[in-house]
Design a protein around this ligand. Structure first.
Ligand code: TNX
Length: 536
C-alpha cells in the first residue's frame, strides 16, 4: 500500500518535470530518502538576487528532521518562523539551538554598508547553510530565498514522502534596490477576513514585498472600527459590491493583522479615503455631507460621486478621530489619507480637507501617504504621493517631487492587479488596458516619470482593487504571476532586468504555486513546466 502510494507520488512528481521520487526511508540502507530537485535553482530565484551562483562538484546540504537552526539571541523571531516553515510538507520542525553554529546558521554579521537594511548573504555547503545579514529583515529575506533553493514540493500543504530535502551548494549575495516594495489590497469593495489577509501576507512576503497598503474605506464599505463612531462599522461595514454581507475589523483584529505582518517583516499602511469615495461614511453619519440627507451604502462600482463637506466642523472631528486612532494602531511610518478621484469636491474644499487630514497624520507622528492628486496642494514634505494614472507625468507630481515628496509608482497599465490580463479574463476591469505579465514586468521605475529625479522614487506597489474580486482564489489569480513581476522591479538591480530570463524564473515559480495551492493565471507568455493552474 505504502509502496503503491509512493509510486503514485513519483509519477505526479515526474509530471511536474522534477525527476523521480522515492520513499521516506530506503528499505535497504535505512537512510532518509531524498526529495527530487530540479536543476538551476540558483538561476530561478524571484526576485533575481544581485549575485547568485551554484558551486559544482559538492553534494547538497540535506535538510532533515535532525537539522538545527543556530542563531544569535536577537534573531530569535526569524529562527522561530523558520523552524515551523517546512512542517506541512516535510513533517518535521527544526530544533532551535541558540548561540551555536552549524545546521542552518543565522548570523547578524554582514556589513550594512554592503547588504543594506534588508539584504543578506546566503552560503550553502554540504555541511551548513549560512544566512548572514545586518538586520532581522535581511535574515527573513534570506530565508525566503532559501525556500526557493529547496524542491518545489517543499511548498506543499500536505505531507510528502521524503525524509531529506536537498539544498544545492552555492552562494548568493543580495540587497534591495528600493526601500519600498508594496502591495495594495482593497478590503472595502469586497471584505476579506483576517485569515484571508494573513494568507496574502504570506504569499507576498515570499517575494520580499515589505509594505501592505490596506484600502479600508470606500463608497462600498467602511472596514475598521473607530471608537466614538459606531455606525461606521454597524452601517458602513454591513455590505459590499453586489450587496453581500461586507464586514469589518475590530481594533483588536487589526492589531492581530499588524503583528502578523510584522512577523513577516511587512509594514501595514492603513488607508481611509477622503474627501471622495466616502458613501459608506455618509450613510453612517449623514451630517458629514453638505446636504445632510440620509443615504445608503453604495453597492455598485462607479467612482467619483461622493464627498465629505468642507464647511462642516464634524468633517474635521471625524477625520481627526479616524486618523489619530489609525496612527495609534500603526507601528509603521505611513497613514493613507486617500485623496483620489474627488470629482464631487471643489479644488478649494479638496485642499482644505486633504490639508487637514495630512496635518492630523503628522500631529500623530506619521507621514501622510496620498494618491497623486494630493500633489495639487502640494503636501509639505515629508509626504508620499502614489502615482497611479496612465499618460504624461502631471506638472504637480514633478513639482511635488522636486519639493521633497517621495513618489511610489503604481502605474495602472503595469502595476494594477485588477486589470484583466486579456479580453478573455473573467475577473477584473480594463480601463487601463490589458496587463499581461510582460506589461507588468517591462518598465523601469528610475526612468518611468519624466522630469522626476530617480532619487525621489521611494519604490513600487502592486495594487489589487476588488470590485470583481471575491475569494482568496480570485486574489491569487489576479496577483500571480503579476505581483512577482512588480516585486522584482522593486527589489532586483536594473542590471538583472531581462524578460527571457524572467519568463524562465517565473515558470519555476508555477510549480511552487501549484504545490502550495496558490491559484494563478497560466499566461501563455510563460513556459510553465506542465503545471496547470486551478480554475479561476
Ligand atoms: C481607480 S486607484 C481607483 C480605485 C478603483 C480602481 C479600479 C485609485 C487611486 N482609484 O478606486 O478601484 O481605479 O481599477
Amino acid at each position: 500500500m505504502t509502496r503503491l502510494r509512493l509510486i503514485l507520488v513519483a509519477c505526479v512528481v515526474s509530471a511536474f518535470g522534477l525527476g523521480i521520487g522515492i520513499g521516506v526511508v530506503s528499505a535497504t540502507t535505512g537512510t532518509p530518502s531524498v526529495a527530487p530537485t530540479p536543476a538551476n535553482l540558483y538561476s530561478d530565484i524571484v526576485p533575481a538576487p544581485v549575485e547568485s551562483a551554484a558551486t559544482t562538484g559538492s553534494s547538497p546540504f540535506l535538510l532533515s528532521a535532525s537539522t538545527q537552526i543556530t542563531y544569535p539571541p536577537t534573531a530569535k523571531g526569524v529562527a522561530s518562523y523558520l523552524s515551523t516553515l517546512f512542517r506541512p510538507a516535510a513533517g518535521f520542525t527544526l530544533a532551535l539551538a541558540p548561540g551555536q553554529s552549524g545546521g542552518i546558521h543565522l548570523a547578524l554579521t554582514a556589513p550594512r554598508s554592503r547588504v543594506g537594511d534588508e539584504g543578506y548573504d546566503l552560503d550553502v555547503t554540504t555541511d551548513q547553510v549560512t544566512i548572514a545579514a545586518a538586520t532581522s529583515a535581511g535574515l527573513f529575506h534570506g530565508v525566503q530565498t532559501l525556500r526557493q533553493l529547496l524542491p518545489p514540493i517543499i511548498d506543499s500543504t500536505t505531507r510528502q514522502p521524503y525524509g531529506a530535502w536537498p539544498v544545492p551548494t552555492g552562494h548568493i549575495s543580495d540587497s534591495a534596490r528600493y526601500a519600498y516594495r508594496g502591495a495594495g489590497l482593497d478590503v472595502a469593495r469586497h471584505f476579506f477576513t483576517v485569515a484571508q489577509v494573513e494568507r496574502y501576507i504570506d504569499e507576498i512576503a515570499r517575494y520580499k514585498i515589505n509594505f501592505l497598503h490596506l484600502h479600508l474605506s470606500d463608497d462600498q464599505g467602511w472596514r475598521i472600527a473607530i471608537n466614538g463612531w459606531p455606525a461606521l462599522t454597524a452601517v458602513g461595514g454591513a455590505t459590499e459590491v453586489g450587496g453581500g454581507r461586507g464586514g469589518y475589523y475590530t481594533q483588536a483584529q487589526y492589531r492581530q493583522l499588524v503583528a502578523y505582518a510584522q512577523s513577516r517583516f511587512v509594514t501595514l499602511i492603513p488607508e481611509i479615503d477622503a474627501p471622495g469615495h466616502v458613501t459608506a461614511a455618509l450613510a453612517s453619519y449623514p451630517q458629514l455631507s453638505c446636504n445632510g440627507k440620509p443615504t445608503s451604502v453604495f453597492t455598485g462600482i462607479n467612482v467619483g460621486f461622493s464627498s465629505l463637506c468642507a464647511t462642516k466642523p464634524d468633517t474635521y472631528t471625524f477625520l481627526h478621530d479616524v486618523i489619530t486612532q489609525l496612527a495609534a494602531l500603526t507601528p509603521g511610518p505611513y497613514i493613507g489619507i486617500g485623496g483620489d478621484e474627488a470629482n464631487a469636491t471643489t479644488a478649494a474644499d479638496y485642499a482644505e480637507i486633504v490639508g487637514q487630514a495630512a496635518a492630523d497624520a503628522r500631529a500623530a507622528g506619521k507621514i501622510p501617504w496620498g494618491w497623486q492628486e494630493t500633489t495639487s496642494l502640494p503636501l509639505p514634505a515629508p509626504a508620499v504621493a502614489a502615482y497611479w494614472k496612465v499618460g504624461a507625468t502631471p506638472a504637480s507630481v514633478i513639482d511635488a517631487a522636486a519639493q521633497g515628496t517621495s513618489v511610489v509608482l503604481v502605474p495602472a497599465d503595469h502595476a494594477y492587479l485588477d486589470q484583466k490580463y486579456n479580453p478573455a479574463t473573467q475577473l477584473g476591469l480594463h480601463w487601463a488596458g490589458y496587463v499581461d505579465v510582460q506589461d507588468a514586468y517591462n518598465w523601469d521605475p528610475a526612468t518611468y516619470l519624466a522630469d522626476v529625479a530617480p532619487s525621489a522614487v521611494l519604490g513600487v506597489e502592486a495594487d489589487l482593487w476588488t470590485e470583481t474580486v471575491v475569494t482568496s482564489a480570485d486574489i491569487d489569480y489576479m496577483a500571480f504571476p503579476r505581483l512577482p513581476a512588480i516585486a522584482e522591479i522593486g527589489w532586483s538591480p536594473a542590471s538583472t532586468h531581462d524578460w527571457p530570463a524572467f519568463q524562465k524564473r517565473l515558470a519555476a515559480q508555477g510549480s511552487r504555486w501549484k504545490a502550495a495551492g496558490v491559484n494563478f493565471y497560466a499566461s501563455p507568455q510563460v513556459p510553465w513546466p506542465g503545471a496547470t493552474p486551478l480554475a479561476p
